[in-house]
Design a protein around this ligand. Sequence first.
Ligand SMILES: Nc1ncnc2c1ncn2[C@@H]1O[C@H](COP(=O)(O)OP(=O)(O)OP(=O)(O)O)[C@@H](O)[C@H]1O
Ligand SMILES: [Mg+2]
Length: 325
Amino acid sequence: MSYANAVEARDLTRNFGDFTAVDRVSFAIPKGEIFGLLGPNGAGKTTIIRMLCGILLPTTGEAGVVGFNVAKEPEEVKKRIGYMSQLFSLYNDLTAYENLDFYANVYGVPKKEKKSRLEELIEISGFRGYEHNLTGNLSGAWRQRLALACAIVHKPAMLFLDEPTAGVDPVSRREFWDLIYTMAGQGVSVLATTHYMDEAEYCNIIGMMHQAKLIALDDPDSLRNKIQHILVQVECDKPGAARKLLSEVPGVIDATIHGVLLHILVEGLDVQKRIREVLAGAQISVHAIEKILPSLEDVFVTLVEDQYREALRTEFLEETSHAST
Ligand SMILES: Nc1ncnc2c1ncn2[C@@H]1O[C@H](COP(=O)(O)OP(=O)(O)OP(=O)(O)O)[C@@H](O)[C@H]1O
Ligand SMILES: [Mg+2]
């Protein structure tokens, strides 16, 4: 079996006992692309990464990474990838430079190339002038940057980043993504997981995971166009109380608070009238109400709702067919 793409997962499945953590997931990452894997806690993201890195065997299905089968040739895969895990380990009592040096030795970077590679990494990761600071004194955002630099010290063709920006402030997150872009520009393919839906905008392809399954796979714009529903933004008094009331209105799929604004996902524009009536009835003043473009978070919520509704419908049909037999 040959693999033309940086990653090819075909019906990749992993069970832990009776529990299915990853359920028949298929996708491909073309060389040089940035793939974002999104989904809530426990969706199966880390389990997919561990299988693609050759450290966890798939139960069924298969995957090729940088041209090698992850189950049959895990050592070939490991040599050619970088992996920044959720619990990446840096040595606090070493300086930034010493951590890089340590990982260069672990990954077997040839001695004659090591010095220039470390200099290059210090430059692109923005550590110049701080490379001799103790790692234990670095902020969270700088630790993530250092961990990323360590993960690419051996110039991997494919990079796996498991929640690389968890707990990092929005500005540093953007800078971190700039760094990822710089690397992708050099031909590295990237798979990154995240909880932050806004970060998915940085990716060329997005896979959305929910309860072990891939429920959507597309580029960000196409995903947004998938939503049949309409997103309405409401500016009103008492957004908390308003959200609760509006969640009950027929035709409202989801109501979420974004700062002082409400985002209401509705089935048709005529629901706007009902929204106004309900809020007026509760004596909540509406300052503005307008249609807006859905975010990727809205897409995710809608897809999960659709799946849930379909599951309920199937269950209902099964029950009624049992009842009538
Ligand atoms: N070694 C294991 N043994 C048993 N269950 C496991 C094991 N590893 C993962 N799981 C379960 O598989 C499911 C998926 O876990 P996974 O870590 O892949 O999710 P995730 O999407 O990475 O979540 P998070 O966003 O919290 O990191 C979870 O319910 C988890 O408890
Ligand atoms: Mg995880």
